[in-house]
Design a protein around this ligand. Structure first.
Ligand code: SAH
Length: 346
């Protein structure tokens, strides 16, 4: 069965044509799904009942079920656990900033990239998410909180560029007129560095921000914490970043999770500064979130600030990412993992 919520407007129009319906029905249905955020066909009251019934019989209707919400007492960050129609669970996060609400979504159930410090990858990849399942995370959070979502970051569980086609559909549906119409400039996609897909994305010439998970100042160190670096070396990845900037004019963001005793020394900072200096970029420093199953720990606050200062002195744009939601299994994949572990015990 075709999943209606993942269809582009032109595809919806073709479906309506096949049903012998007037073309304008496609726009009405699209608006119910992506603008009014309807939870069922029944809500689409400007469609004849007979058409609603036909839709119900013919098409898959994807809706996420909210299983759990955890709210941080520290900063109001909310972490959501959703159940997909097939029973898999995924997590999303809502963060409140002065400039508006950001939602961080998952792109896969699980992940197969194997980064050593990350909880999302511990049980491997379950499956790719559909475009509708990515959208639904945002739709359900907006409905639940009754607050508009301004920014979207694809930085939850999964490697978005490992689910390329669904990601592109998602990005187009999210930013299109007649949907939530979020500005492409307010959307960030983060990747561990899948070079062919980074180049493909560059060629789409979207205005979204590409974030690269760098995490090390050289190939050898990067490879020791990110297995994907064995497939795509650092120089290739940085070439793809330069290409992204050339094609889109969008400045690259580098994410650098600081791990005590691994990538946080003075020498690391110097090497990193020299590496990224020639690029038009911004660095986000994230003190690593400790994950129960991993032995990595963040450096102390002083070391984080020293690292930042060192980069700044070399003329690099850098921010320390606020560690939001630490008290609520904030790190990628941790809430999902702990939920799945307790389910298994039961
Ligand atoms: N797969 C994509 C996006 C998901 S992760 C990617 O690799 O970019 C979002 C960011 O959080 C990535 O930079 C990831 O490396 C980082 N991350 C994962 N686990 C972390 C942890 N325990 N502490 C800090 N950052 C972590």
């Amino acid at each position: 069965m075709i999943d209606l919520k993942s269809q582009m407007l032109s595809e919806l129009q073709q479906e309506m044509e096949q049903l012998g319906e007037p073309k304008f029905r496609a726009k009405q249905i699209s608006s119910w799904m992506h603008e009014k955020l309807a939870d069922s066909f029944d809500e689409m009251t400007n469609l004849p009942k007979s058409l609603r019934e036909k839709l119900q019989q013919r098409y898959e209707w994807v809706r996420l079920e909210l299983v759990q919400v955890q709210q941080s007492d520290q900063d109001g960050t909310c972490k959501f656990l959703f159940r997909l129609p097939d029973g898999n669970v995924i997590e999303s996060v809502q963060m409140k900033y002065h400039h508006g609400n950001s939602v961080c979504i998952s792109s896969q159930a699980g992940c197969r990239m194997g980064c050593r410090f990350c909880a999302s990858t511990l049980n491997g990849l379950e499956r790719n998410l559909k475009a509708s399942e990515m959208l639904e995370q945002i739709y359900q959070i907006q409905k639940w909180s009754k607050e508009r979502v301004h920014n979207v970051v694809v930085m939850g569980t999964g490697e978005p560029l490992d689910n390329y086609d669904a990601l592109l559909r998602f990005l187009r549906l999210l930013t299109q007129e007649g949907g939530l119409h979020i500005s492409q400039r307010n959307v960030t996609v983060s990747t561990c560095g899948l070079v062919p897909q980074m180049r493909r994305l560059a060629d789409e010439k979207l205005q979204i921000t590409l974030a690269l998970s760098l995490h090390a100042p050289n190939q050898e160190k990067r490879r020791s914490i990110m297995p994907i670096a064995g497939k795509y070396g650092l120089s290739e990845v940085l070439d793809a970043c330069r290409y992204y900037f050339a094609q889109t004019g969008r400045r690259i963001t580098f994410e650098y999770s600081l791990v005590g005793g691994v990538n946080d020394s003075r020498e690391d900072a110097e090497e990193l500064a020299a590496l990224v200096k020639p690029l038009n970029c911004h660095i986000n420093l994230i003190p690593v979130n400790p994950v129960r199953e991993r032995k990595f720990a963040p450096p102390d606050h002083r070391a984080v600030v020293n690292f930042k200062n060192k980069l700044e002195k070399s003329g690099i744009n850098v921010t320390i990412r606020r560690e939001m939601g630490r008290d609520i299994d904030g790190a990628c994949g941790q809430l999902r993992k702990s939920y799945m572990d307790t389910e298994r015990v039961r």
